[in-house]
Design a protein around this ligand. Structure first.
Ligand code: IMP
Length: 192
């Protein structure tokens, strides 16, 4: 079975992508290749950040690899927090502080349209590929729901009335930005 490193140790992401690859491709996490580093994500775009992480693994550990980066892009905030979603309220990377800052920035805004965008960068046989998944929706006026993580309690995907945090992981993982990018990755890998 083909094996690929996924440049993350996030158990939610590992499980979600492993399910999408439906046992046809074995995934190894960063800890499984004994990579203890916090890989730098210092670029200005999701694409460059994802490529940066995948290249880091390839260059330092020699493995074919894929990496993801996700941002929440809010129309009324000129696509902020975007690539800075994790650090929106500061380097502490607090989900709670990030959500509070977003609600504050959105106070009084009528246009609440937003989208989650995930980019997955793959390095396979010396070539680089990029896959994108996005989900459109809107930002709520208060937090709703307790599942998921990050901005999930503030985001209602188009076609639904509940936030990602209310919908729960089973539904979220079939319609999410990361799932859509992962499905594109899977379709590509299955035809290699
Ligand atoms: P990451 O670097 O891809 O893990 O994502 C950057 C930041 O975006 C995270 O710290 C979260 O704040 C946010 N984020 C990423 N994916 C999701 C999601 O599926 N739901 C809610 N927030 C997310």
């Amino acid at each position: 079975m083909k094996t690929l490193v996924f440049a993350t140790n996030n158990p939610h992401k590992l499980e979600e992508i492993q399910n999408i690859l439906s046992g046809k491709i074995r995934i190894r996490s960063l800890s499984e290749i004994n990579c203890p580093e916090d890989i730098p994500e210092t670029a200005d775009t999701l694409e460059e950040n994802a490529l940066m992480k995948a290249r880091f693994v390839k260059e330092n550990y020699g493995y074919d690899c894929f990496a993801d980066d996700t941002g929440l892009e809010v129309e009324a905030l000129n696509d902020a927090p975007g690539v800075y979603s994790a650090r929106y309220a500061g380097e502490a990377r607090s989900f709670q502080a990030n959500k509070e800052k977003l609600l504050k920035e959105m106070q009084g805004k009528d246009n609440r349209k937003a989208r989650f965008r995930t980019v997955i960068a793959l390095i396979l046989n010396e070539k680089e590929y990029v896959f994108e998944g996005l989900v459109n929706g809107f930002i709520t006026k208060e937090e709703r729901g307790s599942e998921g993580f990050g901005y999930d309690p503030l985001f209602v995907p188009d076609g639904y009335e509940q936030t990602f945090a209310e919908l729960g992981n089973d539904i979220k993982n079939t319609i999410s930005h990361r799932a859509l990018a992962g499905k594109k990755l899977a379709t590509f890998l299955f035809t290699q």
